[in-house]
Design a protein around this ligand. Structure first.
Ligand code: NAP
Length: 348
């Protein structure tokens, strides 16, 4: 029998959609993603981008406080054991995602730990195929597969992820390790300026490392960077290697010139990549309308409808602008309500 609603993805959008759909008695089935080496390398393991971050200080409802007892009470012990005990105040990204997952389970959500790799949106009900070959039929589908930050792809960058290398200044910039240290932002677009501007509140100086001699950022954002005394743009420059050690994490970067001026080392307590994101939509190519960057298009104002009736999109997979946990959760709620109402009009 066909599922009423299948949700693909397991970030804040997916779990919020599941909580709402479960409470609406739609008995949602979530494909949370596969645990594969390929997904680990790409940054697309279950629980999404938040699972790759540390403290989450801007998700409403989690002020600083001792989380340990609450986590012990609310999450099943087999899921709890892999989470390292922490002695900090407040919730971490992985904890927040486990809490959302548990909340979805509590209302009867069913979960499959696998990727959906193929979709047939031309037949009704829709047909979905998983990596392991499972075939599922669904009357409605919510896509919440998110996006992944682009990194430079250097081995040294991989080594220091979460220990000074980040792709989200808003998530990580206020951490103590970055305070009053020189910081590096890679990129020349609006995000790079925004991150550099944000980080200039915490770091002693922010070097914007840009591979060309002109910023891609909009004029107003360019002015913001160039007028900020704590931001220095290093033109025609790329990061050759992230420097550091096991104890301190990142201690600097080795820079190279794109115009033949040679290499040099710069001291830095952190490196932030702001070289764009890639939405996880490869399996939807040709099946749903996307923008030129591959993000799913919402086809109806203020709604999560996509170009195929009965398929809804929530979270970063349809948003290259806000990209916050709370906005993703918000659109996840919208997608579940949209799906519920749409199914009702079909008598399903
Ligand atoms: P973006 O505009 O695509 O810029 C990416 C930047 O990263 C470019 O400067 C690019 O260099 C550089 N880059 C890409 N790959 C690189 C690599 N491998 N090595 C070194 N540098 C690399 O991306 P974005 O800044 O994330 O912005 C995305 C969208 O969101 C844009 O439409 C932007 O306007 C919007 N946005 C707006 C705001 C705002 O208005 N406040 C804030 C953030 C984002 P090149 O320039 O040489 O290609």
């Amino acid at each position: 029998m066909a599922e009423k609603v299948v949700i693909i993805g397991s970030g804040p959008a997916g779990w919020t959609a599941a909580i709402y759909a479960a409470r609406a008695a739609l008995s949602p089935l979530v494909f949370e993603g596969a645990v594969t080496e390929e997904n680990r390398m790409a940054g697309t393991l279950p629980l999404g981008q938040l699972a790759l971050t540390t403290e989450v200080e801007n998700y409403p409802g989690f002020p600083a406080g001792d989380m340990e007892a609450y986590l012990d009470n609310s999450i099943a012990s087999d899921r709890r054991s892999y989470m390292a005990p922490h002695h900090k105040q407040g919730v971490s990204g992985p904890e927040l995602m486990e809490l959302m997952r548990q909340q979805a389970l509590n209302f009867g959500t069913r979960i499959v730990t696998d990727d959906i790799v193929d979709v047939d949106f031309e037949s009704r009900p829709f047909k979905l195929t998983s990596l392991e070959g499972q075939q599922v039929e669904a009357h409605a589908v919510i896509i919440a597969t998110g996006a992944r930050a682009n990194y430079l792809g250097l081995p040294s960058e991989e080594r220091f992820k979460n220990r000074g290398v980040s792709a989200c200044a808003v998530c990580d910039g206020a951490l103590p390790r970055f305070r009053n240290k020189p910081l590096v932002v890679v990129g020349g677009g609006d995000s790079a300026v925004e991150e550099a501007d944000y980080l200039s509140k915490f770091g002693s100086i922010v070097y914007m490392v840009h591979r060309r001699d002109q910023l891609r950022a909009s004029k107003i954002m360019q002015d913001r960077a160039l007028n900020n005394k704590k931001i220095e743009v290093l033109w025609n420059t790329v990061v050759d290697e992230v420097l550091g050690d096991d104890q301190s994490g990142v201690t600097g970067v080795r820079l190279d010139s794109t115009v033949g001026k040679g290499k040099r080392d710069v001291e830095a307590g952190g490196m932030f990549c702001a070289i764009g994101h890639t939405p996880n939509t490869a399996f939807l190519k040709g099946k749903l309308e996307m923008n030129e960057k591959g993000y799913l298009k919402w086809t109806k104002a203020q709604r999560t409808y996509t170009s195929v009736e009965g398929v809804f999109a929530a979270g970063d997979v349809a948003d290259d602008y806000y990209r916050q946990a709370i906005t993703a959760a918000g659109t996840g709620c919208m997608a579940a309500l949209d799906a519920e109402r749409w199914l009702a009009t079909k008598g399903i």
